[in-house]
Design a protein around this ligand. Structure first.
Ligand SMILES: Nc1nc2c(ncn2[C@@H]2O[C@H](COP(=O)(O)OP(=O)(O)OP(=O)(O)O)[C@@H](O)[C@H]2O)c(=O)[nH]1
Ligand SMILES: C[S@@+](CC[C@H](N)C(=O)[O-])C[C@H]1O[C@@H](n2cnc3c(N)ncnc32)[C@H](O)[C@@H]1O
Ligand code: SF4
Ligand code: SF4
Length: 338
């Protein structure tokens, strides 16, 4: 059957699926899983709660039938699940899927990059918030050295994976790293995207004053070389893209606070325990795991997903105020999948 195209209430097609496969992480980034909150007693999901590889693949197949062309594996830290190469191989085999990517903190890539590439992974986006050991450790909440991520970036490139670097910028924490990181990425010829610090979850102490805006970041990076705009690679791309004049090396800005992009948001999210979320800032998800485990047919699963998408009117970033940022009940990013 030919893949369908379904639209939500704001005429946005369903095109991307972001799958969180693990709520745990080996880092404790202050903006995502602050160590004071995600301590040794934190209740993470049991293994039995996580969707199995078969369940993830079956769900993904239904989404692709409904028009999804791009799947991104995320978490938590997705590479903490040993069976990721197997999962990638299974997803790669889904007919109609055009783009298969993964977002990671990079630490496990020296061990896994080759196997991921061999299984069919096309590209990785690797998070790196600082070059200096002190700031890196402050941002990641662990004693790991940034060299571990540099090694991950090198391993991914050597394996032939497409690589981008993601940097969350938080005022008072790492804005002094913007220029050094931009120079580092430029030298490597790798795209660096700056992400505005967002009010995801309930625990990261977000306040507008911590946000370094796209405008400020653009100005800072332009000190290295003038920037010129680049057309978006696909409809609904989150980053606005630029290249250093006269080169092919790009930088991007993910400005979900100061220049929102809900208007073209084509992304559904599947949490590690099998709930579908239609927005990163959703208050509730819709459970699919029970349906999968009680043997619901593919047609019935698709009907459920279709109904959910067609009822969707989310556009949280457009509606954000200081008030909603503080009072709205939001799911943690490590749970919903960043
Ligand atoms: N507000 C908001 N932020 C998003 C959304 N999707 C991605 N982001 C932010 O963008 C960051 C980077 O996303 P990635 O995981 O690298 O994925 P991507 O931007 O789709 O990557 P490409 O496919 O390479 O363009 C995420 O960690 C979020 O901070 C979204 O739908 N809404
Ligand atoms: C939740 S992580 C999951 C994947 C992997 N652990 C990683 O860090 O790349 C996905 C992305 O979300 C971003 N992120 C987490 N919390 C954020 C926040 N409060 N604001 C903006 N981006 C955030 C991270 O920087 C990372 O690039
Ligand atoms: S951003 Fe990624 S690496 Fe950092 S705590 Fe969240 S899930 Fe872990
Ligand atoms: S805030 Fe929600 S609707 Fe807006 S871009 Fe992000 S996920 Fe999409």
């Amino acid at each position: 059957m030919a893949n369908q195209r379904i639209c939500d209430k704001l005429e946005r097609p369903l095109q991307d699926l972001r799958i969180s496969i693990m709520d745990r992480c080996n880092f404790r980034c202050s903006y995502c899983m602050p160590a004071e909150v995600f301590g040794p007693d934190h209740a993470f999901m049991d293994e039995s709660e996580l969707l199995s590889v078969d369940e993830i693949v079956r769900t993904a197949e239904q989404f692709v039938q409904l028009g999804v062309k791009k799947i991104r594996i995320t978490g938590g830290e997705p590479l903490l699940r040993k069976e990721v190469p197997h999962l990638i191989g299974r997803l790669h085999a889904i007919e109609g899927l055009e783009d298969l990517a993964l977002t990671t903190n990079g630490v496990m890539l020296p061990k896994m990059a080759k196997a991921l590439k061999a299984a069919g992974l096309q590209r990785v986006n690797i998070s790196l918030d600082a070059l200096s050991t002190e700031t890196f450790q402050k941002m990641s909440g662990r004693k790991t050295k940034p060299q571990a991520v540099f090694n991950g970036i090198a391993a991914a490139k050597d394996a032939g994976l497409g690589v981008k670097i993601n940097m969350v910028v938080k005022r008072g924490a790492n804005e002094q790293e913007v220029i050094p990181l931009a120079r580092y990425a430029k030298e490597l010829g790798v795209t660096l995207r700056f992400i505005e610090f967002m009010d995801v979850g309930q625990t990261n102490g977000w306040d507008f004053s911590y946000v370094v805006s796209k405008k400020e970041l653009y100005k800072l990076v332009s000190q290295i070389a003038p920037l010129e705009p680049v057309n978006q690679a696909y409809y609904g791309e989150v980053a606005s893209r630029y290249r250093y004049s006269g080169t092919e090396t790009e930088v991007g800005f993910i400005s979900s606070v100061t220049e929102t992009f809900c208007q073209s948001c084509t992304r559904a999210r599947l949490s590690a325990d099998g709930k579908i979320f239609t927005c990163l800032f959703s208050e509730n998800g819709t459970d699919l795991r029970a349906d999968l485990r009680k043997g619901l047919s593919d047609e019935a699963l698709q009907r459920k997903i279709k109904q959910l998408w067609e009822a969707r009117a989310d556009r949280y970033s457009e509606l954000r105020t200081e008030e909603t940022a503080k009072t709205r009940k939001k799911i943690e990013m490590s749970y919903i999948g960043g």
